[in-house]
Design a protein around this ligand. Structure first.
Ligand code: 8ZB
Length: 534
């Protein structure tokens, strides 16, 4: 059930005026004591100068932004896994394994869900019970609870650059502690760590809280310490049309740059069609650069991240290796600066260190075999690039128009109006009116647009492709197709196919569309079986 609008707006007065303007140092420092007071370890990082001088002492080979710059210059793609456990000594051991046995170029520390929700008391219980039982009972590393010294033990034990990966709408304290703790990159953003991860956090709130994080990183930069920031590209991870994830990534890059961030990595989650995936990364890199320059941020170093398949995986480990390898092919062709790798245990949950290493090694094998080869240029890629770029530009320009030039106000208004939207998001801050679907060749297209800011010509392009698929599959375009698509990869293919005996003649002269009931269930993320329309 949705909360009444009044309840939703409660507490918004303070944040309703959030605009895209760099916070003064005075404003940041005035906000800081309240942030540090939200958990007892906050007091450990009061002294910013101490944090800065600690960061200055981190050797170059462990600085994230330098590794990304070097990779881009050298035309290399780096590999980074996800990994986080509840206890400090186990986290250290895990990272060492990923570095030595997995040969990861970049390391992560994935934060547990309690910390992501600022539930530090629950995280504390998780730590105690983990220590007591001798196994991690948390799904990540509770960096805030462990505090400054523990973070330094972890980052010092790592021999490679190390990033905080999480999913936190309000990551202010987490950023303070982990940056003082020696991490040199920080994932997330006010849109990408709200809409897929929370239900009731207003967008204005998360945008404001992420301005704090970006301003902290900006302050480090002013003091000569460059921290990499990475908007979370894949969003809900389920058939997100490239124009939507790219538009969000570009907006978050603009907001971060405004607060003084100098190293930004925009990400993209594999959709599965090789041409579309390669084109999406090409388009993302080019358009993001254009928008950064247009807003005066030409000093920002931009790099890209390619996420191996974020949707449902096959349970079978051999099949999972196939998915991992296919993602690596797309990432390699796209020239992404880094790949975020998956493990063969993805369908089962959080991977063991061994499974994580296997994912890294499979990824490395494909990447190394690609090494001497070139990027992909062909008419299919050019066409997709053109389409994605046209769509992304329309979405961004609509948001900027709605914000009268201000991308923060524009983001808030665009999501309110449905001009920007994210499929399958649990958040009340997104309409959830758009429904993605695959075309005949497996590229992700849009079935239901809601009020998405795409013009008639682009919508017709999608509709035509869906009709083509309907003809080929001898069934009408329906929500059943969407459901089939969502499960396809886990069942061993890319495009969902009709089950035996469900083929029907497609509706004459139309894609059929879907009913309100179907739309409602799609927004709720349910998977009820729908009848095929006659
Ligand atoms: C949005 C990210 C989801 C992916 C992985 C999941 C999934 C989450 C951990 C982790 C290793 C962890 N993930 N938490 N991987 N260690 N603590 O993030 O498996 O692939």
């Amino acid at each position: 059930m949705r909360l009444p609008a009044a309840a939703y707006r409660k507490g918004l007065t303070e944040v309703s005026e959030v605009v895209n303007k760099k916070w003064s140092r005075r404003r940041f420092l005035a906000a800081r004591p309240a942030v540090l007071a939200t958990w007892q370890t906050g007091g450990q990082v009061e002294n910013l100068d101490e944090a800065l001088s600690y960061q200055r002492g981190i050797p170059e080979h462990k600085r994230f932004h330098l590794a990304l710059r070097a990779a881009d210059t050298g035309g290399r793609t780096l590999i980074q896994p996800r990994a986080g456990v509840g206890l400090v000594k186990d986290q250290i051991e895990l990272l060492r394994t990923l570095e030595t046995e997995g040969q990861a170029d970049l390391l992560p520390t994935t934060i547990d869900s309690y910390t992501r929700l600022n539930r530090y008391s629950d995280a504390q219980t998780g730590i105690e019970e983990s220590a007591h039982s001798g196994q991690s009972l948390l799904n990540g590393f509770p960096a805030v609870n462990h505090g400054l010294h523990a973070c330094r033990l972890v980052t010092e034990a790592a021999g490679r650059p190390i990033e905080v990966r999480h999913g936190t709408p309000d990551a202010r304290l987490l950023a303070e502690i982990t940056l003082a703790g020696g991490f040199t990159a920080f994932e997330g953003g006010g849109i990408s760590y709200n809409l897929p991860y929370a239900k009731n956090v207003p967008l204005e709130r998360s945008l404001l809280d992420w301005q704090y994080v970006d301003r902290l990183v900006g302050l480090y930069a002013e003091e000569g310490v460059e921290i990499n920031r990475e908007p979370f590209g894949p969003l809900t991870g389920t058939m997100v049309p490239p124009c939507i994830s790219n538009a969000v990534a570009i907006i978050e890059a603009l907001l971060a740059a405004e607060q003084g961030v100098r190293s930004i990595t925009v990400g993209y989650g594999q959709c599965g069609n090789l041409y579309q995936d390669v084109a999406a990364v090409y388009s993302l890199r080019r358009l993001c650069r254009e928008y950064l320059d247009r807003f005066g941020h030409d000093a920002v170093h931009l790099s890209t991240a390619f996420h191996q398949w974020m949707g449902g995986f096959p349970q079978d480990e051999a099949q999972a290796f196939g998915v991992i390898s296919w993602g690596t092919v797309a990432a390699a062709f796209s020239g992404a600066t880094k790949i975020i790798s998956k493990s063969p245990q993805e369908a089962m949950g959080i991977p063991t260190a061994h499974a994580n290493v296997q994912g890294l090694r499979a990824t490395r094998q494909v990447l190394s075999m690609f090494k001497e080869q070139q990027g992909l240029s062909c008419t299919e890629v050019s066409r997709e690039d053109e389409i994605i770029s046209a769509e992304t530009t329309q979405l961004l320009e609509a948001a900027l128009r709605l914000g009268e030039g201000d991308p923060v106000q524009g983001t808030v208004r665009a999501f309110q109006a449905g001009a920007l939207d994210v499929p399958f998001a649990p958040s009340r801050a997104a309409r959830g009116a758009i429904i993605p679907i695959r075309d005949l060749h497996g590229a992700v297209r849009i079935l239901e647009f809601g009020d998405l800011a795409l013009d008639g010509e682009l919508r017709a392009f999608h509709r035509d492709l869906l009709e083509q698929r309907a003809r080929a599959e001898e069934r009408a375009v329906s929500f059943q197709m969407v459901t089939d698509d969502i499960y396809a990869v886990s069942k061993g293919r890319l495009v969902g196919k009709p089950r035996a005996g469900t083929r029907v003649r497609p509706a004459v002269g139309g894609t059929g569309g879907i009913s309100d009931a179907e739309r409602g269930s799609a927004a709720a993320g349910t998977t009820a079986a729908y009848r095929v329309r006659p």
